[in-house]
Design a protein around this ligand. Structure first.
Ligand code: GLU
Length: 296
């Protein structure tokens, strides 16, 4: 696999989300960090984050993942990943600068709650659109399509298909479609352990506490391509589901949904979507699907 550092940037970028490009293995600094912990703002009496769109200096809380390289990751220098850049682009179209964004961790099992409570305005966190979630929240998009796959240790030879998991230990994340798919249809007899985040599963895989980690291929490719993991893990290469990522928002907020869909449409039309895919997935060699048709 060739590992060429991707240095391509795009016009909507800001220091807040451009920390080191972790997938490249090249540390690249872009300046000051603007990420703020949501608690600090709440404690200082600055409530109702993102309740109005686009006011001068108004803050907007956005839910992302903090531990998924290539998608949403907190680093010493800020926040980086495809979802982070998509969120920044959308926020800008809504009238918020990168400095106005309060990045908030949105673990898989917390996403609906964070939206319903109003702690975040929207969630851009490898968040698949499905019927169950649509009962609680609405989604703009989809803006990205990936598929569920398996990650195993580099020397694993006995897991080549999903049926092989029925006698093995498997890790996924609570509240994810990945765990749900395993339990309901893919491998109901597998010894499934559900943890709070995929990085915890990865540790279990490395320490041989589990035999495989399952979630979306785009996420797994990000872990496998981190420099410290080179050669340690491999994707099995299965396409076990369709995972259409949407931007989660409060149920019934059709105005916000329309504005976000418009922004996503522009992101594809102006070439930013493709640039971001190249920027964040080239190094993991993840072969992205073409952009999904975004509803207008
Ligand atoms: N995309 C899947 C989901 O929304 C798996 C990844 C995740 O847990 O964020 O559940």
């Amino acid at each position: 696999m060739s590992r060429v550092a991707v240095t391509e940037e795009y016009g909507e970028s800001s220091p807040a989300q451009e920390g080191p490009v972790v997938l490249s293995g090249v540390r690249k600094r872009f300046g000051a960090v603007a990420g703020v912990v949501v608690l600090a703002l709440t404690a200082s009496g600055c409530g109702g984050l993102g309740s109005d769109l686009g006011g001068e200096g108004e803050k907007i809380a956005i839910g992302i993942k903090f531990d998924q390289p290539g998608l949403g990751q907190r680093t010493a220098d800020g926040y980086t990943g495809f979802d982070v850049d998509v969120a920044t682009y959308v926020a800008k179209k809504l009238g918020y600068s990168a400095d106005d964004i309060v990045w908030t961790e949105a673990p898989s099992a917390q996403r609906e709650n964070l939206i319903k409570s109003g702690d975040v305005k929207f969630v851009v966190a490898t968040y698949s659109i499905n019927e169950k979630r649509l009962k609680e929240v609405d989604f703009a998009g989809p803006y990205f399509l990936t598929h569920q796959d398996l990650l195993v240790r580099g020397d694993e030879v006995s897991i080549t298909k999903v049926e092989d998991l029925n006698s093995r230990k498997l890790c996924s994340v609570t509240g994810s479609t990945s765990a749900q798919n395993v339990k309901e249809k893919l491998a109901p007899k597998a010894g499934l352990q559900q943890l709070g985040g995929y990085s915890e599963c990865l540790k279990g895989l490395e320490e041989k506490k589990v035999d495989a980690l399952t979630t979306d291929a785009a996420i797994l490719a990000g872990y496998a391509s981190q420099q410290q993991h080179w050669g340690k893990f491999k994707l099995v290469g299965l396409s076990l589901s369709d995972e259409n990522y949407g931007i989660g928002l409060k149920k019934g907020d059709t105005e916000l949904k329309g504005k976000i869909n418009k922004a996503l449409g522009e992101m594809v039309a102006d070439g930013t979507w493709r640039k971001l895919v190249r920027k964040h997935f080239s190094l993991s060699s993840y072969q992205s699907e073409p952009p999904p048709a975004i509803p207008s």
